[in-house]
Write a protein that binds this ligand. Structure first.
Ligand code: C2O
Ligand code: CU
Length: 553
């Protein structure tokens, strides 16, 4: 195993992700940020300098569990203080498991500003993947607004509330087309004229060049701020083999869903008529799509890459066809030989997701608490027993029996909170995510929940309110291990994990505006086992004062 060194500078720069010039948050002059490629067992050493001038920054390594290095998780207010302008922070951690991952900003709405990139971990030198392929591609999916993330942030936290609306463009590896369409020649309307591209534009699609009759691995990850997506390769079947850095029982589909925070590996075989090129398409699911499909080309050699496919792009399933989405999610099962969940739980926490009002502001709450992050990182205030850093009262374990999850709440009010769920070290924890009706009648949204510091087993999905009876239907035989799982409208999702990673970990909806509006909770476990938290992670709030008082620490 190696240590891989990187020197990164985060800064704003002019960029045209979709043909319209805008400002993005880039790394070392690149958007998306540089792709990290490592082998399982390697240590990454990333020196991150903040060149943003007026705002702090952190980077979260999504899907990396940070065993023994919880201060390198890159979540502002939880694992560290935001890095001040002009300052450098070193992220040093081990990537212990092969898989498809990514990284992104985790302070305010910096992910929406474009602070993200891919992190690919190959199997260790002596290991083999449980499948074969001749070549591979990597697609990082995101959504893009022309309005700056700062303005979006103000919109969301204003009274009256302003919704940010649907994204203007979907991006594949940071590239999308706003004023034109690659499939323009197939559209009857004139709103999407065909693109005139030389191929060297920042927003020109990245073409996938393939040879006929070979098998390719396609890695995809979604770091969207809002959109749930559906991916299809025209005329080609896809075989899913990996999800969130864990192998799954291979299964074949024509199209697949991918929610924000998820990653997959797909195998496809170039067994179609080699004189044609084919579409790769990404479309919006779960929300009425007001954003055009993102497209790129699967280019069979020796065809010209600019040769368009002979027919229009694949039609995605209807945006609100949840039956289709649920069918896909339930096909995902662990590959034989994967770690099994404990057969029992020591503690079960039921988390009701609701949309609420606090003093006229619209928020999301969990068991009626809307998360607000403290100015001292939890990891420091818990370790050093600081009393006034956050709400010491633990948030509720459940919600009232008489709450009707299919109707808007009778009482829409909720409260702010910064309390923590303290988990006993090495215990088995069940989390039941319970969806509900939003503020408006007949509205319930998709929420992809992401857990830091762990993978969890997805034991099952269900409709309506979760009851003790539902437990009998849990899959304890081959549930998939993941770090992100979705709750469907009006449904529940059951997860189990072992609290075996000393640290403080965010668990939240991966939709950026939802997290910003309070849709998350914080878990702490085994913090007293941490020997030394680097001071550089704690130079703010009450921990900064603590260190000032004990000089020479
Ligand atoms: Cu990728 Cu806390 O998120
Ligand atoms: Cu959400």
């Amino acid at each position: 195993a190696k240590t891989r060194h990187f020197k990164w500078a985060v800064e704003y720069m002019h960029w045209s992700p979709d043909g319209l010039e805008n400002v993005v948050m880039g790394i070392n002059g690149q958007f998306p940020g540089p792709t990290i490629r490592a082998k399982a067992g390697d240590t990454l050493h990333i020196e991150l300098t903040n060149k943003l001038h007026t705002e702090g920054v952190v980077i979260h390594w999504h899907g990396i569990r940070q065993f023994g290095t919880p201060w390198a998780d890159g979540t502002a207010s939880i694992s560290q203080c935001a890095i001040n302008p002009g300052e450098t922070f070193v992220y040093r951690f081990k990537v212990d498991k092969a898989g498809t991952y990514f990284y992104h900003g985790h302070y305010g709405m910096q992910r929406s500003a474009g602070l993200y990139g891919s992190l690919i971990v190959d199997v260790a030198e002596s290991q083999k993947e449980p499948f074969h392929y001749n070549g591979e591609f990597n697609l990082l999916l995101s959504d893009w607004w022309h309005k700056s993330s700062h303005e979006q942030e103000v919109d969301l936290s204003s009274n009256p509330f302003r919704w940010i609306g649907e994204p203007q463009t979907l991006l594949i590896n940071g590239r999308g087309q706003y004023n034109c369409s690659l499939a323009g020649k197939f559209s009857k309307s004139s709103i999407n004229p065909p693109c005139q591209l030389r191929g060297n534009e920042q927003w020109a699609p990245q073409i996938l060049h393939v040879q006929p009759n070979k098998t390719y691995r396609l890695r995809v990850a979604s770091t969207t701020a809002l959109a749930s997506l559906n991916l299809a390769i025209g005329n080609h079947k896809m075989v899913i083999v990996e999800a969130d850095g864990n192998y799954v029982q291979p299964f074949s589909v024509e199209d697949m869903d991918i929610y924000s925070g998820e990653s997959y590996s797909i195998l496809f075989t170039t067994d179609q008529n080699p004189s044609n090129n084919y579409w790769i398409s990404i479309s919006v699911r779960g929300r009425e799509p007001k954003t055009p499909q993102a497209l790129t080309i699967l280019n069979y050699s020796p065809n010209s890459p600019s040769k368009l496919p002979t027919s229009p792009p694949p039609m995605p399933p209807l945006w609100n066809n949840y039956t289709h989405s649920k069918a896909f999610s339930s096909k995902i099962l662990a590959l034989m030989g994967s770690p099994k969940p404990p057969s029992n739980y020591d503690r079960r926490i039921i988390l009701l997701n609701t949309q609420n009002r606090i003093d006229g502001y619209i928020k999301w709450s969990i068991n009626n608490v809307s998360l607000t992050l403290p100015s001292t990182p939890y990891i420091g205030s818990i370790k050093y027993g600081l009393k006034n850093a956050f709400d010491l009262k633990s948030p509720p374990e459940n919600f009232p029996l008489d709450y009707n999850v299919v109707k808007p709440a009778k009482n829409q009010n909720s409260t702010y909170g910064s309390g923590v769920y303290t988990l006993r070290f090495n215990t088995s924890v069940d989390v039941i995510l319970q969806n509900a009706n939003a503020l408006a009648e007949n509205v319930s949204e998709i929420h992809p929940w992401h857990l830091h510091g762990h993978d969890f087993w997805v034991l099952g999905y269900g409709e309506g309110r979760f009851t003790k009876e539902d437990e009998k239907k849990f899959n304890l035989k081959n549930p998939p291990l993941r770090n992100t799982a979705v709750i469907f409208p009006y449904g529940w999702t059951a997860l189990r994990f072992v609290a075996d990673n000393p640290g403080v970990w965010a668990f939240h909806c991966h939709i950026e505006p939802h997290l910003h509006m309070g849709m998350g909770v914080v878990f702490a476990e085994g913090v007293q086992r941490l020997r030394k938290i680097p001071n550089e992670a704690l130079g703010c709030g009450l921990t900064a004062k603590l260190f000032m008082n004990k000089k020479g620490n």
